[in-house]
Design a protein around this ligand. Sequence first.
Ligand SMILES: [Mg+2]
Length: 362
Amino acid sequence: MKIERLDVDTFRIPLPEPIEAAAAGVMTGFDMVLVRITDSDGASGSGYTVCHLGQGPAIATIVDQPFRDHLMDQDPRLIERHWQRLWHTHHYAGRGAPLSFALAAVDTALWDLRGRTLGEPLWRLLGGHDPRVKAYAGNIDLNFPQEKLLAGASASLEAGHRSIKMRLGRPSLGEDISRVSAMREHLSPEIELMADANEAWRVDQTARAMHELQPFGLVWLEEPIRPDDFAGHAYLRSLGKVPLASGENLHTVAEFTQLITAGGVDFPEPDLTVCGGVTAFMKIARLAEAHNLPLISHGAHDLHVQLLAACPNAAYLEVHAFGLEKFMAEPLTVSEGYATAPDRPGHGIDLDMEALRAHAVT
Ligand SMILES: [Mg+2]
């Protein structure tokens, strides 16, 4: 069995309306890089990564040129070997993004191909724990006036959610606190609330914010400071005010090792499309498990539901605003606060290539 064909395509997907988070600013769309790998038996698998507007073509080039030469005619079943080889032979300009994004798309395609060949869904292939995964709505709403912010939460409840995240990082902490207070009053007590500051603050500002946020009983405060300030994370966590979530902007297993061993995180939050694919995500998941930490995911919910369903320490699946529902035959649904990993082989996602082609970057 050999890898006979590798296709890589970039798509530019518009969002239904502009949305804002502190670090990224206002976003009107996102890029998606899709990799499809076909073996000598004619079976194929797909994987994708998602990034901000304009970044897709650079990531696609890494797959199309250096990675292609390493993969063609190789046995697609040796996924760990390919991951290691691509990681180490490209380390000089790699060891992180954008190489991690490119590796993610390739690695996910290889896992999907493996699952489809064996007729098994990824969640069982990766260990098989529980297909039912607790989910939450990862709303991106920093630019919304308060009324629209609350209406967004109501829409998430109607869609089946029982846990909701809102964004922080308005010009003053007072405004943030008043929006959290309005949200907490808007939601009934059994609905869980998380908050994400997307790197808006310094360590001292976060310490003050945690003091003010403590009475609201947030499940977690996410990424209040720079993602690679591990000492800052450890100090903030030691205050014991609000649990900390972080990891969506970490691109390597080594960075997660540093964050976790520094004692800097309560909820590690890897994103397989950012940190090197299914292979890397599972290494981070086991690292978190070994440190008795609950695991959450960022973005790409249709993929992550399969991975969290394999992990005994799975805590929450983020249902992200960068959705690809309109391009999928059977997109993820949430009911009573839970999502279920499908039993379809591989990652179980069948993309509508005709609909995607209208958004192709050429
Ligand atoms: Mg986040």
